[in-house]
Design a binder for this molecule. Structure first.
Ligand code: EPU
Length: 417
């Protein structure tokens, strides 16, 4: 298993180009299954999760080719509306094929994502939404079976603006009879882009980017082309490293996607300069502690919570970080404490007492964003940090060690069999 080895403490200086967004490309790939022909998706990041989605689409019958950031999906051969456990268990986002496949075939069989159970659990909004559109949904041997010859448009109000449920129900509804209205829809830029792609395919969705989507059913979708938006989470990860360690410019990004994050970064004392599609951050002599609470877009993203915790480790004072989106997303904390941080977690709140110095140590990745916080932490610590189980980081970050190396970091990948 690969490891990342960091000799921390080097200042960072320079610029990096941000990749296409993982959480935008995955639902777009699922949507391309609805087009009876070839869709071309560009600026596709080469990630484990992209590769997992390609495997899943091939099982479903699509012809997919992926070369130098361009993904070509031929949906005309799609013939198997089934997502097997072996793939779904490795990537929750596989669940995104639910909506497109029921829309196209009138039936679908998708494994429940690992760790979830039937009932009021993390896919209940998706399933309840499908039922409201008239689908019969059952659970059989760990698989969700959903069927409906033709879904019927309806007004659906989500209890919580779930990203995945908004995407899935929007995809299911585009070819339903009549009009579907999704109230309390997710407004994340990745969902906005999914709706833009669906409209390019011939869907009729208005209210795109707002919390109320109005979807008028059309008879069928055609293939379409799109360039994936930049990854605001990757961008935020580099900005937070820069705020601790030097002067970093991130290029090819959309600054408005990061508005809340930039406000918070400025509160830490870092200097932030924004241009049309780039941002430069310069560290200040001291990091001012800043409390932060995650929220749905346009709030501070939960996917940058772990990296914010890492930044606050060296702040001059205490900060309180609350995650309201996920209530137990703090697996990075015991690992960051191994670097000498002083972080205490109570329920969904982390209390960080800033320390003067961090010292490198062996640490272990537990999920995508936790891994990013360990890399940022390792860069901030003195001496050697070894981050193991980095397959987690490869799920969501493209060549992260190369990008940090180009900024002057002493970081390398060690391949172990
Ligand atoms: N929830 C339910 N029931 C549902 C769906 C969600 O209770 O049916 C709850 C979840 O348990 C959670 C909250 O609602 O507490 C938000 O979940 P959401 O459905 O919005 O998340 P998701 O669609 O499963 C996407 C991203 C996550 C990101 C969240 C929140 C993708 C592929 N994943 O997940 O990204 O954290 O939105 O913004 O888009 C990551 O990239 O590392 C990652 C975890």
């Amino acid at each position: 298993m690969d490891k990342i080895i960091i000799n921390g403490g080097n200042p960072l200086e320079g610029s990096v180009e941000i990749s296409g967004a993982k959480n935008a490309v995955l639902p777009i790939m699922a949507a391309a299954l609805m087009g009876n022909g070839i869709s071309i998706i560009t600026r596709v990041p080469d990630l484990r999760d992209t590769r997992t989605m390609i495997r899943l689409m091939e099982i479903i019958g699509a012809k997919v080719s992926f070369k130098e950031g361009t993904l070509t999906v031929d949906g005309s051969s799609v013939n198997n509306p089934e997502a097997p456990y072996d793939l779904v268990k490795t990537m929750r986002a596989s669940f995104y094929v639910l909506g497109p496949l029921i829309a196209r075939f009138g039936e679908v069989k998708v494994s429940l994502p690992g760790g979830c159970a039937w009932g009021p659990r993390p896919v209940d909004y998706h399933l309840k939404g499908l039922e409201e559109l008239g689908a019969k949904v059952t659970l059989d041997s760990g698989y969700i079976l959903a069927e409906s010859k033709k879904l019927q448009g309806k007004t659906i109000r989500f209890e919580y603006p779930s990203v995945g449920a908004t995407g899935n129900i929007a995809m299911a509804a585009v070819t339903a009879n009549g009009t579907t209205i999704i109230e309390n829809a997710a407004r994340e830029p990745e969902i906005e882009q999914l709706c833009i792609f669906l409209n390019k395919m011939g869907a009729d969705i208005s209210g795109v980017g707002t919390d109320k989507l109005i979807i008028k059913g059309v008879s069928q979708l055609e293939p379409a082309d799109i360039e994936v938006i930049p990854d605001r989470v990757e961008a935020g990860t580099f900005l937070m490293a820069g705020a601790a360690l030097g002067e970093v410019t991130i290029n090819k990004i959309v600054p408005t996607h990061l508005r809340t994050v930039l406000i918070k970064l400025e509160e830490t004392g870092a200097k932030v300069r924004t241009n049309q599609n780039s941002i430069t951050i310069t560290r200040s002599d001291k990091i001012i502690p800043v409390d932060m609470t995650t929220a749905v877009f346009p709030g501070f993203p939960t996917d940058l919570q772990a990296q914010w915790v890492a930044l606050m480790m060296l702040a001059e004072g205490s900060s309180v970080i609350t995650d309201t989106v996920y209530h137990d997303r703090f697996s990075h904390v015991p690992e960051l404490n191994r670097l000498g941080a002083n972080i205490h977690v109570e329920n969904n709140v982390a209390i960080i007492r800033g320390v003067k110095k961090l010292v490198g140590a062996p640490v272990m990745s537990t999920d995508i964003r936790a891994s990013a916080s360990l890399i940022n932490g390792g860069l901030m610590a003195h001496g050697r940090t070894e981050v193991s189980r980095i397959y987690h980081i490869d799920r969501g970050y493209e060549r992260i060690e190369e990008k940090f190396r180009s900024l002057g970091a002493d970081i390398m990948r060690k391949t172990e069999s």
